[in-house]
Design a binder for this molecule. Structure first.
Ligand code: CA
Length: 224
């Protein structure tokens, strides 16, 4: 599951992003409304967390523009406590829900889960490629008729691959989206996880789906 966080305060942004990543979401952060808008038009997100107070374009303007551009991802507005007008304006601008700052992390996570579920109902709950499918709602992977049990990290990794299949996913994209991006990129952690995933997805099968693109990254796709 992929989330876009539009928040200009770095501390707040990194705190929220870390919490989401710990819960197996892939997170992209945009520091301005303009950047966030561009990003949301380019990439399909399962939810967008949008701060109301941003420099330049405000959160309300961003939300309105997102809807005008046809972006349907559910939006959670982060508002200031007690400002009823702000909440109403947010909902009017096309937001799906709001959360007043400061908030408890547990509440943020609960709201995000609810939002993502809502998004799934509009159709992107299942990712598929060849005979491999990932049910993001039930958090279940299958290849053919066989159910493949995955850990949270393996799930996030496979999801990232499926969102890009059959295109390449670079090593740094994997580090950024599956982990909290701050471990030494020279370690072989990525390789270790890819190998585990390969064992689960490809072992004993004729059509291998996970391929190494030497020196760059990996791709999930049918053999070329
Ligand atoms: Ca702000």
């Amino acid at each position: 599951m992929r989330i876009l966080l539009i928040e200009d305060e770095r501390k707040v942004a990194s705190f929220i992003a870390r919490a989401l990543r710990e819960n197996s979401y892939a997170v992209d952060v945009a520091e301005t409304g303009e950047k966030g808008l561009e990003q949301a038009i380019d990439v399909t997100y399962d939810a967008i967390l949008l701060d109301v107070r941003l420099p330049g374009m405000s959160g309300l303007e961003v939300c309105r523009e997102l809807r005008q551009q046809g972006v349907e991802a559910p939006v959670l507005m982060l508002t200031a406590r007690g400002l009823v007008e702000q909440r109403v304006a947010g909902l009017d601008a096309g937001a799906d829900d709001y959360l007043a700052k400061p908030f408890a992390l547990a509440e943020l996570l609960a709201r995000v889960r609810a939002l993502v579920r809502r998004g799934f109902h509009s159709g992107n709950a299942k990712l598929r490629y060849a005979d491999l499918s990932l049910d993001r709602h039930r958090r279940r992977a299958t290849r053919g008729s066989e159910v493949i049990p995955l850990t949270a990290k393996e799930f996030a990794l496979l999801e990232l691959f499926l969102l890009h299949a059959p295109e390449l996913v670079t090593r740094s994209e994997i580090i950024e989206h599956v982990w909290d991006c701050h471990f030494d990129s020279e370690t072989n952690l990525v390789e270790v996880y890819i190998n585990r995933l390969r064992q689960k997805i490809d072992e004993d099968r004729t059509a291998k789906l996970i391929h190494t693109v030497r020196g760059v990254g990996y791709r999930l796709g049918l053999p070329e």
